[in-house]
Design a protein. Structure first.
Length: 173
């Protein structure tokens, strides 16, 4: 009889221990949530409102292409032709997301891959909070030439950006 009680108490204690350990492991796991909605970069006023730094640049050369954590990137050395908004260096390296084949991630005219010898309007942000390198969140061919793009973006900055659409697309990881 004593042996049965010992086994029963040991079994209950083990169950409580395992349940508590599982709860602790789940409760202490970090989770994050973030919205995955994109702003409508097809509207110039939205682009001008979204990016503190906007410039007409000429791509000089591709400096690096690489994959990291399931994403592909490409960095290009560019030469400033005209700052449209914010402070932009005369020459710098900018990074953008690409497919593993080096193609645009998004199939639209506001995320073109920078190619040497071509002129672009780029909207610049930092890579992330811990990495201040320039990231091209917007890149489009500078079809209007430098002066045409200056006029276009002056008008865009003076226009009122439409209100952002509500974002209900939230991911919890």
């Amino acid at each position: 009889m004593m042996k049965a009680r010992v086994w029963m108490v040991a079994g209950i204690a083990s169950g409580v221990f395992l349940a508590g350990g599982g709860w602790y492991a789940l409760a202490s796991a970090e989770s994050t949530s973030h919205a995955v909605c994109d702003v409508d970069l097809s509207k110039d006023a939205v682009v001008a409102d979204e990016f503190e730094r906007l410039a007409v640049v000429e791509a000089v050369r591709t400096t690096r292409s690489w994959e990291e954590s399931g994403s592909a990137y490409r960095s290009s050395e560019v030469r400033l032709l005209r700052a449209l908004q914010g402070t932009v260096p005369e020459s710098f390296t900018v990074t953008q997301g690409v497919t593993p084949k080096g193609e645009p991630v998004h199939d639209d005219p506001v995320h073109v891959v920078l190619e040497p010898g071509h002129r672009y309007v780029v909207g610049l942000t930092d890579m992330d909070d811990n990495d201040p390198r320039p990231w091209a969140g917007y890149s489009a061919l500078a079809k209007g030439g430098v002066e045409g793009e200056v006029a276009r973006w002056r008008d865009a900055r003076s226009a009122v950006a439409p209100p952002a659409k509500p974002c209900n697309d939230v991911v919890v990881e």
